[in-house]
Write a protein that binds this ligand. Structure first.
Ligand SMILES: Cc1ncc(COP(=O)(O)O)c(C=O)c1O
Length: 411
């Protein structure tokens, strides 16, 4: 019998309860029953301080407090305000100055950028390519539009990026579909924390340059949601010039999000930024993405657009925001390193990790292991191929405890 009463399934697999929120609710219930010192809730995807409170950059709060009513109450233009479109390119590119034509369109978070890239650069029924370890909402976003996710193997036997499988899948899908959208979440990938190295990037670029002859269009969407929490902001943008070396029909699109970088998760602000080889491709990008915005959420919220514009028009404020973020980034990096050290000590195998909000542990029976860990007061997220621990939401001390707990639960 169908689960649906009046609603139409339309090919989607809609669970009765969101898995992560379900686990988080059980963690909250245990905290209420046994006290906060008995529970580690490593499920949350926002950066929290050591006491479990949401971190909000005070420099950003100050900018929000200085807004006038029209800065947040008014509609923004469909594609975003002009100062925002310029500011968000600077935020995404850092000191890199693209030679290509970069056009930015505002979106509600990185999620909106992912949605409109899929809707405009693939056809219904198409497969969207990403790595086997990936952020589950990609499936939801693709499924909502009658597309699905196909995957390549992210890591080879030696724990390095599996460029060979990437190339093989790109070739097959480019040939079969003639159009291909690829999502690469890097640096500080969710859920593994992996960042593509320069060498990995060269493999990606070579594979796409070769596949360009097989397809009408290939869009490489770089989901950069965690780019400013990976490490030095310039070093982690070193891949950007490589994106400009591909043929004209391979379009790089950056999905940029203000959620993490500006701790503005709830204001729903981001952008999709193309790096086009011709003015026609850039103009088409703007036209189709704005059209899709009108047909899905209309205009994006104005508040964070104005905040970002102010930050980038005031050098002192920009420095304040960057310095403040750098402090929290160091805290997050310390948590990740603490986890790695302890995992090594107890012999717990991790999926190759570099930096970021999440760490993954490969295992055969993730649901069973996470049920066992919940009984011990440790809440993490079971995935298809392992367990996801959020270093963003727990203290360094907890990061030192968790590896031994997981190792024990694995028996
Ligand atoms: C991998 C990844 N991409 C994109 C996003 C988009 O987030 P938002 O829509 O809040 O910008 C997230 C948020 O958790 C994410 O983890």
């Amino acid at each position: 019998m169908s689960d649906y009463i009046l609603a139409k399934q339309n090919g989607r697999n809609i669970p009765l309860e969101d898995k992560i929120f379900g686990i988080s609710n059980r963690a909250k219930a245990m905290i209420a029953e046994k006290g906060p010192d008995k529970v580690i809730n490593a499920t949350i995807g926002s950066l929290l301080d050591d006491d479990g409170k949401l971190i909000v950059l005070s420099s950003v709060v100050e900018a929000v407090r200085n807004l006038s009513p029209a800065d947040f109450a008014d509609y923004a233009p469909i594609g975003g305000t002009s100062p925002f479109r310029e500011a968000v390119k600077k935020a995404a590119f850092g000191s890199f100055e693209p030679k290509s034509l970069a056009e930015a369109v505002a979106t509600p978070g990185g999620t909106g950028a992912i949605r409109n890239t899929i809707s405009n650069y693939s056809r219904p029924g198409d497969k969207i390519l990403t790595s086997d370890w990936h952020w589950a909402p990609y499936n939801t976003i693709a499924g909502e539009m009658g597309r699905s996710i196909d995957t390549y193997r992210m890591f080879d036997e030696n724990g390095g990026f599996c460029g060979a499988d990437f190339e093989c899948k790109v070739k097959a899908l480019a040939t079969a579909q003639k159009s291909l959208v690829i999502i690469l979440n890097t640096p500080a990938h969710n859920p593994t924390g992996y960042s593509l190295t320069d060498k990995d990037w060269d493999q990606v670029i070579n594979a796409l340059s070769a596949a360009a002859a097989l397809a009408e269009s290939i869009v490489l969407m770089v989901d950069a949601a965690y780019i400013d929490f990976a490490g030095d902001e310039e070093t982690y943008r070193s891949f950007l010039p490589k994106l400009e070396t591909m043929p004209e029909n391979v379009l790089p699109v950056i999905a940029y999000s203000l959620s993490k970088t500006y701790t503005l998760y709830g204001t729903r602000c981001g952008a999709m930024i193309c790096m086009a080889k011709t003015a026609e491709i850039a103009a088409e990008f703007k036209r189709v993405c704005e059209f899709s915005a009108r047909g899905s959420w209309s205009n994006s919220a104005k508040l964070a657009q104005v905040v970002l514009s102010r930050v980038y028009s005031d050098e002192a404020l920009l420095k304040k925001v960057s310095d403040e973020r750098a402090g929290y980034r160091e805290m997050l990096l310390r948590r990740g390193r603490a986890f790695e050290e302890e995992a090594k000590k107890v012999g717990l195998n991790m999926v190759p990790f570099d930096a970021g909000f999440f760490i993954s542990i490969p295992c055969e029976n993730p649901d069973e292991i996470s049920r066992r860990l919940e009984k011990e007061g440790l809440f993490i997220v079971p995935l298809a191929k392992g367990l996801r621990v959020s270093a963003a939401s727990v203290s360094e001390a907890a990061c030192r405890k968790i590896p031994a707990m997981i190792k024990k639960a694995m028996g």
